[in-house]
Write a protein that binds this ligand. Structure first.
Ligand code: DX5
Ligand code: ZN
Length: 226
């Protein structure tokens, strides 16, 4: 069973980004939250900063775009070398076109769903994506409470992926702690974003380890070969 732990640097000290990145080098990917103050009511950084993170990070980048107009902006993040680029279903009328462009450039393509967005319209399109991000908080801010009501969506995705033999990664983002990671793993998630629970810890490496072990213990048996 492959479990991936992706710390979100939204919770890191932006002035000491390079040391923050080195403190999580035992993680799988670094989750990079790009916000434009239009799609979400918060603002982080853009391609210039993400390019520098890409230059100095010991682990590959999992970019989460909380922005409008991903058609215009998403390809640039793939071009600068991000391992995966995830954009929101609510931000585009043609998610398949955006995903195809990202794959063409060489990055994995992710589709993110806000807590209130249904997954059913996308179940037929899962082959077009490498990962589905089920938001477990309203996007925009770190440190919020995990929304248990998003778990049925994850279960449906996990069942569909298992039934169709899909290699899709199922990611959760928001309010992931030692407690909630178990709930999300049981529902079928295999890729976990954690911001405050990693960076508020005195020992991020140890916390990454704890989260990984907890997720592994609660992961689905029927997904053991993934
Ligand atoms: C929220 C971001 C998350 C955020 C998670 O909109 O997408 O990646 O950093 O932070 P925590 O783990 O603190 O909920
Ligand atoms: Zn995120």
């Amino acid at each position: 069973m492959s479990i991936r732990i992706n710390p979100s640097i939204l919770a890191a000290d932006f002035v000491n980004m390079e040391s923050a990145l080195h403190s999580i080098s035992s993680a799988d990917l670094v989750h990079v939250d790009v916000m434009d103050n239009h799609f979400v009511p918060n603002l982080t950084f853009g391609p210039g900063m993400v390019g520098r993170i890409q230059d100095v990070s010991p682990i590959p980048l999992d970019v989460h775009l909380m922005i409008e107009n991903p058609e215009r902006w998403a390809p640039g993040y793939a071009e600068l070398g991000a391992f995966s680029v995830t954009f929101h279903a609510e931000s585009t009328s043609d998610p398949v076109a955006v995903a195809r462009r990202l794959r063409e450039i060489g990055s994995r393509a992710g589709l993110a769903l806000k807590p209130g967005t249904d997954v059913e319209p996308y179940l037929e399109l899962l082959d077009e994506f490498d990962q589905i991000l089920v938001m477990t908080v309203e996007p925009g801010f770190g440190g919020q409470k995990f929304m248990h009501e998003t778990m049925p969506k994850l279960r449906l995705l996990a069942e569909t992926a298992t039934r169709t033999g899909s290699e899709l990664w199922l990611q959760v983002d928001g309010g992931i702690t030692e407690d909630t990671i178990a709930v999300a793993a049981e529902a079928g998630a295999n890729t976990f974003v954690a911001g405050s629970s990693v960076f508020a810890s005195d020992n991020p490496a140890l916390q990454i380890d704890t989260l990984r072990q907890t997720a592994s213990r609660h992961a689905h048996d029927h997904r053991a070969n993934r």
